[in-house]
Design a protein around this ligand. Structure first.
Ligand SMILES: *Cc1c(COP(=O)(O)O)cnc(C)c1O
Length: 356
């Protein structure tokens, strides 16, 4: 059992709303748990965080982030083990990444006490909201907003850090069809592609809407100069199995988000003795591999979807079909391995799981 951190003020709900939720049929992002955590940054320091009933916010219409997008977020999942204990997957990696996003967006670092202890406390309090069936979890959304009441353009001085949680089912329930985008660009060197800034998502809505109208599910983004180096799919990192090698674009440039799932996948594959190459990949290389029958698997990785198999990749008039997903060795193994670690069925040899 956890000890309530003396640094977090807790104001509990009088009656849980959990009975309003159909836990057997949960959709992603529709329901929010009883409590949320809120902390304010003022006069150069984070103030005492509070856990309070989930509620609307009241903010001035002149609030900075509403106009200029000084806003960042994270995505994490908590699971329940067979004996009912909540465990959270790699939250410290998200905490570190949030601080890298914060730096680039001229926002303050969040302390480990507020981020990690805060989310452990929150998950502990709302542990009944963690669904237990396979492929379900409690999605945790920490985010930070610039909240000066000022519409002049300058980095804000006041910020708000919030954590909300939401019971979640599978994100994609079928394999996805991908459109290789060579007109719109997600990220370029010197930009904010490596951050989880709200604006990265805002800018992707229009191109994504356009390809959905054409019948595709997600975009494979390419680089901003030559439109030939692949970056990410939608809001996931991307992996390809070419022959016996797993390849993924490198995160050395600032155009690719360093996914926690991506890192976990690379770690697990290397431990299993599979060759993983983090290197630039062109669309031409994928076309050649596909035409020669060497493109065996393609999948996206991210917290929301875990492993999202791709059944087709379309580049101009070249529709590359992947072999039937049942025959894939790598993605199916990874999905199972990650699930076994996350639900506590397999020993956590990497210290990825954090108890509440
Ligand atoms: C969040 C995100 C990912 C996945 O990161 P995870 O830590 O694995 O959830 C990948 N790409 C983009 C652009 C993202 O925003």
């Amino acid at each position: 059992m956890s000890v309530v951190s003396k640094d977090i003020k807790v104001n509990k709900i009088s009656e849980s709303r959990i009975d309003e939720v159909d836990m057997a049929n949960i959709q992603f992002g529709k329901n929010y748990s009883d409590h949320m955590l809120v902390a304010y940054y003022e006069n150069g320091a984070w103030q005492q965080p509070q856990i309070m009933p989930y509620n609307n916010l009241s903010l001035s219409p002149a609030t900075t982030f509403m106009h200029y997008g000084q806003a960042i977020f994270e995505g994490i999942k908590a699971y329940k083990t067979a004996d009912g204990e909540p465990i959270i997957f790699r939250p410290r990696d998200n905490w570190k990444r949030m601080n890298r996003s914060a730096e680039r967006m001229a926002m303050p670092h969040i302390t480990e006490e507020i981020f990690i202890d805060g989310l452990r406390e929150l998950v502990n309090l709302d542990r009944n909201w963690i669904p237990t069936s396979e492929d379900t979890s409690l999605y945790i959304r920490p985010f930070m907003l610039a909240i000066d009441e000022f519409i002049g353009v300058r980095p804000a001085e006041k910020f708000m850090f919030i954590i909300i949680t939401s019971p979640a089912g599978p994100y994609y329930n079928k394999p996805v069809s991908i459109y290789v985008q060579d007109q719109y660009v997600r990220a370029f060197p010197g930009g904010i592609g490596f951050t989880k800034a709200a604006g990265n998502y805002g800018m992707s809505m229009y191109p994504t809407m356009k390809i959905k109208e054409m019948g595709y599910d997600q975009i494979l983004w390419t680089d901003g100069f030559e439109h030939k180096y692949v970056q990410e799919i939608g809001t996931m990192n991307v992996f390809f199995v070419i022959g016996d090698t797993v390849v993924t674009p490198p995160i050395t440039e600032d155009t690719i988000l360093a996914g926690v799932t991506r890192d976990s996948v690379i770690t697990l594959l290397k431990e299993k003795g599979i060759t993983v190459e983090e290197r630039p990949i062109t669309i031409g290389e994928l076309q050649t591999a596909s035409h020669e029958g060497r493109l065996k698997e393609a999948f996206g990785t991210g917290t929301a979807a875990s492993i999202a198999p791709i059944y087709a990749l379309t580049y101009h008039d070249d529709k590359m079909l992947l072999p039937p997903i049942e025959t894939w060795d790598v993605a199916n193994w990874l999905k199972q391995e990650l699930a076994d670690i996350r639900y506590g069925r397999k020993a956590d040899t990497h210290n990825w799981m954090v108890t509440v």
